[in-house]
Design a protein around this ligand. Structure first.
Ligand code: LP5
Ligand code: MN
Length: 261
């Protein structure tokens, strides 16, 4: 009963938090330490914590248990147990996170895109990679690895084989990215408008591009009778931590230093 009351109070909390692109990896313990500290100290009085993809640098299947994934699951489920709902969206690095790991995190897996009511405002959420449609090589790769049959086949391989394939793809991806023009790896403006029009929403929050910013878009065709839309891009946690906080009074996209370990 007390837990239920706490959950109700928290669900009525005064703010909603969005993070993405932490790229957690055992090789970067300061990012993990910063997340664990953030979850402990910054998630009270919250209506929800949304993690919009690439929580992990690479995810080859829920059966790949590690000290890192255990620690993160325990910390997230503590947040959920304290009454703050935790939501996970897939990124291009961790699209193989399954219901099993989500359950261990006490989190709900969200489809991409998802529309939520955020402090009285309808807001669309996406990881952002699906909007990078000028990156034809990536779109082709994405279509392949998001195919359920391909995933089933990949997950049936041994862990060792999966690590090796993931490593190979990362190397190829890094190499091909070094030749790609910068705007190709950003979202396609027309694709953003198409998404906003299709869900009839004027605000989009996404990550993936690692270009944190707030963009105002002037629409040719109004959405909800407005010619203005907003695209909020979350930051990655390579150099600093990033969080977007929404309240009834507006929003704040800010960064903070990583904890040194
Ligand atoms: O991640 P980031 O930001 O560096 O680059 C992305 C796109 N790259 C990717 C690939 C990931 O980086 C690597 C994922 C590894 C973890 C997942 C493991 C589990 C599944 C294993 C998958 C087989 O997403 C990059 C974009 C960039 O964002 C900006 O949007 O440009 O896209 C690419 O680099 C794609 C290349 O252009 C083409 C990929 C070549 C891969 C060839 C695969 C051959 C082997 C296939 C085996 C089935
Ligand atoms: Mn990404």
């Amino acid at each position: 009963m007390a837990a239920q009351k706490k959950q109700q109070e928290q669900a009525d909390g005064s703010r909603t938090l969005f993070i993405s692109d932490l790229h957690l990896d055992s090789k970067t313990p300061s990012v993990t330490a910063t997340l664990l500290d953030f979850l402990k100290r910054k998630t009270d009085d919250c209506r929800g914590l949304y993690i919009l993809g690439d929580l992990f640098e690479a995810w080859v299947g829920d059966d790949d248990t590690s000290e890192l994934s255990d620690k993160v699951a325990a910390a997230l489920s503590e947040v959920a147990d304290s009454g703050t709902p935790v939501y996970l969206m897939h990124g291009n690095r961790d699209f193989l996170i399954g219901e099993d790991y989500a359950r261990r995190c006490g989190a709900e897996l969200l489809p991409d895109p998802t529309v939520i009511d955020c402090h009285g405002q309808r807001v669309a959420l996406s990881h952002g990679d699906s909007l990078c449609t000028r990156d034809h090589a990536y779109m082709e790769f994405r279509a392949q690895v998001r195919d359920p049959q391909w995933q089933q086949h990949f997950l049936s391989k041994s862990l060792m084989e999966r690590y090796m394939i993931a490593q190979q793809v990362r190397e190829q991806s890094q190499e091909s990215n070094s030749y790609k023009a910068s705007d190709i790896m950003d979202v396609t403006p027309a694709e953003v408008v198409k998404l906003l029009e299709s869900v009839k929403v004027n605000t989009l929050i996404h990550g993936h591009t690692h270009r944190p910013a707030v963009h105002t878009i002037t629409l040719e065709k109004p959405i909800n009778r407005s010619r203005s839309a907003t695209r909020i891009v979350l930051g990655d946690w390579h150099q600093r931590g990033w969080v977007l906080e929404f309240t009834d009074d507006g929003y704040d996209l800010r960064n903070f230093p990583l904890i040194e370990v």
